[in-house]
Design a protein around this ligand. Structure first.
Ligand code: FAD
Length: 469
């Protein structure tokens, strides 16, 4: 009764719903379909694709420890997935297929096509809602709609979540070795861009578990105070691992409960604030299913479709390269390009700067983030961008436009983060780093601001006011 487990962004052997279900039924073989062209068409760059590859290596080695062979196939596009999987199913007389759902539209379509193809071949295919506590569509407003606002979503989430939903799935016991061997994993082909390397983000469950343990031990209790200070490592830095499922949200929630007397909503403020962030993650996955237009490059707020975004290649380039003349924005962009990761406060600041101060279409920024982020994940990235651009769920009201200099003084008071990423400003007195005065700029190679905050703010307000609702 051979069971086939199709791994995608759930690269772990612990607490994996599909793997646990398959192992309960019979001997298991696993498959990974590498789909580089399709991933690239979704905007993923070398950092994420490389991390994906390392994650597959790590999970293969963990699966080998359970005598579960991991097969590997390269396909170009999702449309080839049904054929590729059926070929394996026939070759190994597979009885059932198991996988954990992914929620962006193209992934949903691919999965539907696979289920249909397997149905036609008389092989049962099971999809599981593993990446979320609530299957999208099961947490709805009183009117039966998907939530378009986070706070009530989180409230109901807390009210309705059950012990079973957060219970860890069984880790399979080592099975009797099969005659099928794991495939040798191919090297990453040459991509257009180069990955920043693996030192910052070693892949695999073990590293993810270490990150979680360190976060809980040293940082979680101060999380609510330190999560907004980019010069401090105040957050978990688990996003790349959560995005590819090297750790699960249940493992995170269980860890919180064991530190917090069994509670998720009460108790330690640091821990409960962190739980809220994990619920944001789930919220945006529900949004992708409930409002599929967001997966089609459309704004969540329909009236913002008409917004007159500016064509400004020079401004866009300056933003990408960290040359806007706003030190906090520039430091953040350089952090992302150099490391593949950016602090959450800075994602908000830089996204708002592009979409408001430069009035450049948020989709260009969303794409640039995706190109660089090692944690690049459609639902969170799209949700974050649309929030910043005031086109999304829970949008920042369009008239609330972060002043990048004020943000800098507030969240990087000593200019520490700025000095780290803009060494040209590190010699300036700390207070001058937020907005270097003109006379100081002549001594250092740093640009003057490409827009004036007040003027740019008014321009954005006008553009939003011009929209008819
Ligand atoms: P922690 O603060 O430790 O939070 C724990 C986990 O909760 C994170 O790892 C993440 O999985 C989840 N989370 C936290 N904040 C959010 C949020 N606002 N939305 C959804 N999930 C959240 N996150 C991604 O994982 N991938 C992205 O591509 C991504 N793009 C973003 C783009 C913009 C413009 C913005 C404003 C936010 C984006 N985020 C994205 C959300 C957030 O910035 C990152 O998840 C966070 O910075 C990761 O750091 P951490 O793991 O230390 O987070």
């Amino acid at each position: 009764d051979v069971q086939l487990v199709w791994l995608r962004s759930d690269l772990r052997i612990h607490d994996n719903t599909a793997l646990a279900a398959a192992a309960a039924k019979g001997p298991v073989i696993a498959i990974f379909l590498r789909t580089i062209s399709q991933w690239q068409s979704h905007g993923h760059g070398a950092n994420k694709i490389d991390f994906w590859g390392c994650g597959v290596e790590a999970v293969q080695s963990a699966l080998n420890g359970l005598n579960i062979p991991l097969l590997h196939r390269d396909i170009e596009h999702y449309s080839e997935a049904p054929q590729a999987l059926l070929a394996i199913a026939h070759e190994h007389s597979v009885q059932q297929l198991h996988f954990n759902y992914q929620y962006p539209l193209n992934e949903q379509r691919r999965d539907k096509a696979v289920i249909q193809a397997f149905k036609e071949a008389d092989i049962t295919a099971h999809g599981y809602h593993d990446a979320v506590a609530f299957a999208p569509g099961t947490l709805l407003t009183g009117k039966g709609d998907y939530y378009g606002v986070f706070t009530p979503f989180a409230k109901v989430w807390h009210k309705q979540v059950s012990v079973e939903q957060l219970a860890l799935r069984d880790t399979p016991e080592p099975q009797t070795p099969l005659s099928i061997k794991s495939d040798k994993l191919p090297k990453l082909p040459k991509l257009d861009s180069q990955s920043v390397g693996h030192h910052e983000w070693p892949a695999g469950e073990e590293t993810a578990g270490d990150h979680l343990a360190r976060f809980l031990r040293f940082r979680s209790r101060h999380y609510h105070q330190q999560r907004d200070i980019p010069s401090v490592r105040g957050t978990s830095e688990l996003s790349p691992y959560l995005a590819l499922g090297m750790i699960s949200h249940r493992q995170c929630m269980q860890a919180v409960m064991s530190e917090n007397g069994g509670h998720l909503a009460d108790g330690d403020v640091g821990l409960t604030t962190w739980v809220n962030e994990l619920i944001w993650r789930e919220f945006y996955q529900h949004v992708a299913v409930g409002f599929p237009e967001v997966c089609r490059y459309q704004p969540f707020q329909e009236h913002t479709k008409q917004l007159a975004w500016r064509d400004d290649d020079e401004g866009f380039q300056a933003w990408c390269e960290g040359r806007t003349g706003y030190p906090l924005v520039d430091a953040a962009m350089r952090q992302m390009v150099a490391t593949g990761w950016m602090h959450n406060r800075l994602r908000m600041v830089t996204a708002m700067f592009l979409s408001k101060h430069l009035l450049i279409d948020w989709r260009r920024g969303e794409e640039f983030f995706m190109q660089h982020l090692v944690d690049g994940e459609f639902c969170a990235n799209n949700g974050g961008w649309q929030w910043a651009a005031s086109t999304g769920t829970d949008s920042a009201p369009y008239f609330r436009i972060f002043n990048p200099t004020t943000q800098s003084k507030r969240f990087d008071p000593d200019g520490e983060f700025i000095a780290r990423w803009l060494p040209e400003l590190s010699e300036l007195p700390a207070k001058a780093r937020h907005a270097p005065p003109h006379d100081m700029l002549t001594q250092v190679n740093y640009p003057t601001p490409i827009v004036d905050h007040k003027t740019a703010r008014l321009r954005a307000l006008e553009a939003f006011k011009a929209l008819s609702r």
